[in-house]
Design a protein around this ligand. Sequence first.
Ligand code: SF4
Ligand code: SF4
Length: 213
Amino acid sequence: MSPGKTPSKNPFQICTWQNMTECGVCSIETNLNCRFDWGDLAYFAAIFSPPAITAVIGMLLGGFGWYLLGWAGYAIFFFFVWEARILCCHCPFWAEESRVLHCLANYGVIKIWRYHPEPMSRSEQAQFLIGAGILVLYPLPFLILGEQYLLTVILLVGLISFWFSLKKHVCSHCVNFSCPLNGVPKSIVDVYLQRNPMMRLAWEARGYRLDPR
Ligand code: SF4
Ligand code: SF4
């Protein structure tokens, strides 16, 4: 059984984790990646892997293999602790009652933080951009210092391709609406919040207002 099919695992009554039959006729179903789907996870892995693999090969060939340990350590800290607290714990995918995160990007992260239904603060948004920037750009100096110029170019092309694929196919459908990269139109966000009263309350307490219908 895929994650999310058990209503008892949905203590915050988030529609993303309700039984699919409860969605009924939903006007925004095709606008969002609102339910866990292995295809979405595979797509994220497919766009993320080429630059990551290029970076690993470049660091090894450039003689900086040991510095991969620093990158791996930072990645574990970022995904499990820092990003988890500032970004992911605000996401409807985090609301499932499970110690393990089931979502379309960070699948498998152990959840050490509670779910926060309110939107990200400005500080959290800034921290996310800084933290993600460090993660993405970490290998670049090592490739240049190791004189791996061809791989540096391939890495940059891979990162640009990753960015455009992410923005076009992932961020435009993502249910973590307060992420600074999120591109879902406000009209769709409003409908999702109407379907999730607890989340709507938390958002309105932070000053968010639904447009009059
Ligand atoms: S937005 Fe919510 S109610 Fe609508 S299809 Fe997605 S999970 Fe179901
Ligand atoms: S913000 Fe992205 S990575 Fe984090 S839980 Fe939501 S879908 Fe997963």
